[in-house]
Design a protein around this ligand. Sequence first.
Ligand SMILES: NC(=O)C1=CN([C@@H]2O[C@H](COP(=O)(O)OP(=O)(O)OC[C@H]3O[C@@H](n4cnc5c(N)ncnc54)[C@H](OP(=O)(O)O)[C@@H]3O)[C@@H](O)[C@H]2O)C=CC1
Ligand SMILES: O=C(O)[C@@H]1CCC=N1
Length: 274
Amino acid sequence: MSNQNQQLTIGFIGAGNMASAIARGLVKKGHNPEKVIMSNRSAGKLEQLADELSVQTTQNNQEVCDKADVILLSVKPQMMADAISELDFSTVQVAVSVAAGLTTDNLKQMTQNKVAMVRSMPNTPSIELCGATGLYADDAVKKQHAESVNYVFGAIGEFEWVPDENLMDTVTALAGSSPAYFFRFMETLIEAGTKQGMDEQTARNLVVQSALGAATLIKNHPDIAISERRTQVTSPNGTTAAALDSLEQSGIADMADKAVKAAVNRGKELSEGK
Ligand SMILES: NC(=O)C1=CN([C@@H]2O[C@H](COP(=O)(O)OP(=O)(O)OC[C@H]3O[C@@H](n4cnc5c(N)ncnc54)[C@H](OP(=O)(O)O)[C@@H]3O)[C@@H](O)[C@H]2O)C=CC1
Ligand SMILES: O=C(O)[C@@H]1CCC=N1
């Protein structure tokens, strides 16, 4: 990590699931917790984060603006206008929304266009420094702002800038939300294993290690197609072929397509205040 970026004070408005995942990741990566400040509406989460991470906490959102160089706007989309409209961002270098759906136009309107605004879509594996984040900035965002943002999201995983803001709803479907799809698939496999008579802990260990192994295998060999890895597992007329045939007959591709479209559409609704 570059020394200059390590000096950044990183602020959070809203200290819920996503903000605490990023803060935990940053501290785990070695960012000085005294250079993290988090605000939240209610006190309980702040007390826990102060105890666990030794970050600065406050229930005053303006204090975060006054102390932080980079601010992550991490309240629910429906709460964003209430949380940020009255704030003075004049000493803030760049604000980064993590909210699903809200466009940079929505956000700039809420802040009267007074702060450089980046839109991000991270995910909770950021706690383990395995995050996947999509980022979008309009032309007003300077190189120095982008570098600060790269530092934050590079510390907690991998990130991709997208050139077209419309793609941020797809980022939400494929990165922000997708850990939940994988969790759900793991849950269903474990449950199916227990129906075959296996105890839950053993089923969990086998499923989780297989998920980790499958992702690691794909990630460590980007030159090998995912379909080739699938073929390597699938003996002709074997057990995998039987399972995959069943998944295809149940419409796995259609299910994924519909799920992604549902998430994208919900993102668009959120941008319209629905
Ligand atoms: N969860 C996830 O996996 C992901 C979430 N996101 C985005 O992150 C954002 C937050 O989601 P998530 O963390 O899940 O939600 P949470 O409900 O866990 O966190 C939101 C937090 O904002 C606080 N809050 C609400 N209003 C204010 C306010 N006016 N001032 C200060 N704090 C306030 C809430 O406080 P209180 O304790 O009082 O309720 C709450 O702790 C959303 O916009 C979501 O779209 C993006 C990617 C992934
Ligand atoms: O479910 C949501 O709306 C948020 C955004 C991505 C993950 N959680």
